[in-house]
Ligand binder design. Structure first.
Ligand SMILES: Nc1nc2c(c(=O)[nH]1)N[C@@H](CN(C=O)c1ccc(C(=O)N[C@@H](CCC(=O)O)C(=O)O)cc1)CN2
Ligand SMILES: NCC(=O)N[C@@H]1O[C@H](COP(=O)([O-])[O-])[C@@H](O)[C@H]1O
Length: 235
């Protein structure tokens, strides 16, 4: 019996690593952290495409320098036609045989149609401990609220913004003399550690919907099989 052809973007059954697209809008430091993790042959996913909705995103040059395919679908060119913008993105994703998506500083709200098409296969990193501080300007809002703990969240993407099922979180202390940039830098350090781990779980079926595929190693009870514990204080 011959195996039916895998659906476009389906997780490879040949033991190959699922092909991931990282969607960015700017600097791309989380994208670089994912690229660096995926250089490890034992990492269970391949970063096959970096796609930006802005041609001036600094992350594009960093991806090209790392030899990764890039694509630009300029959202401004679609003047609010979100469906047209997303259809153009979908064509690029299919052209590159993408199985999983990692939103990394991607600053466009995606429609229900696009999100349901990638349900269980699309992650986002958000710079707060959700459900606190969804949306934008999270560090300024955390400082204004006087919270003592802040951090970041990796979640599966749902139609509601920053409402999707949480996959992983990391916390950092808010220090007395913190300003927005100091706090943002401390959170970003954790983002770069957490996102590669969370993507590895999704790629091995540990974070998606349903049981892990046969032979998947590790468990949610011990989520960081190959990573040291996250630091709780500076240095
Ligand atoms: N359907 C969803 N789309 C997106 C989600 C999500 O959870 N569900 N996460 C965001 C990322 N994000 C927060 O983590 C976020 C990004 C952008 C915005 C926003 O208000 N964008 C404005 C435009 C801003 C701009 O272009 O600079 C908009 O799209 O009108 C809120 C939250 C990614 N998408
Ligand atoms: N609402 C989404 C959002 O605010 N995402 C945040 O944008 C930054 C992108 O940095 P990067 O381009 O260097 O990865 C990151 O801090 C990410 O959590």
């Amino acid at each position: 019996m011959t195996e039916p052809a895998a659906a476009p973007g389906a997780l490879p059954r040949d033991g190959g690593r699922p092909r991931v697209a990282v969607l960015i809008s700017g600097r791309g430091s989380n994208m670089v952290a994912l690229l660096e993790a995926a250089t490890d042959p034992g990492y269970p996913a391949e970063i096959a495409l970096v796609l930006s909705n802005r041609a001036d995103a600094a992350g594009l040059a960093r991806a090209e320098a790392a030899g990764v395919a890039t694509a630009v679908v300029e959202s401004r060119g679609f003047k609010g036609d979100r469906a047209g913008f997303e259809a153009a993105m979908q064509r690029e994703l299919e052209r590159h045989g993408i199985a999983l998506i990692a939103l990394a500083g991607f600053m466009r709200v995606l429609t229900e149609g696009f999100v349901s098409r990638w349900s269980g296969r699309m992650l986002n990193i958000h710079p707060s401990i959700l459900p606190s501080f969804p949306g934008l300007d999270t560090h300024a809002r955390a400082l204004a609220a006087g919270v003592k703990l802040h951090g970041c969240t990796v979640h599966l993407v749902s139609p509601g913004v920053d409402e999707g099922p949480i996959v992983a979180q990391a916390a950092v202390p808010v220090l007395p003399d913190d300003d927005e940039s100091r706090l943002a830098a401390r959170v970003l350090e954790q983002e770069h550690r957490l996102y590669p781990a969370a993507l590895a779980w999704l790629a091995t079926g540990l974070a998606g919907n349903g049981p892990p595929p046969p032979g998947a190693s590790g468990s949610l009870a011990n989520p960081l099989p190959r990573f040291e514990p996250l630091p709780t204080r500076e240095g």
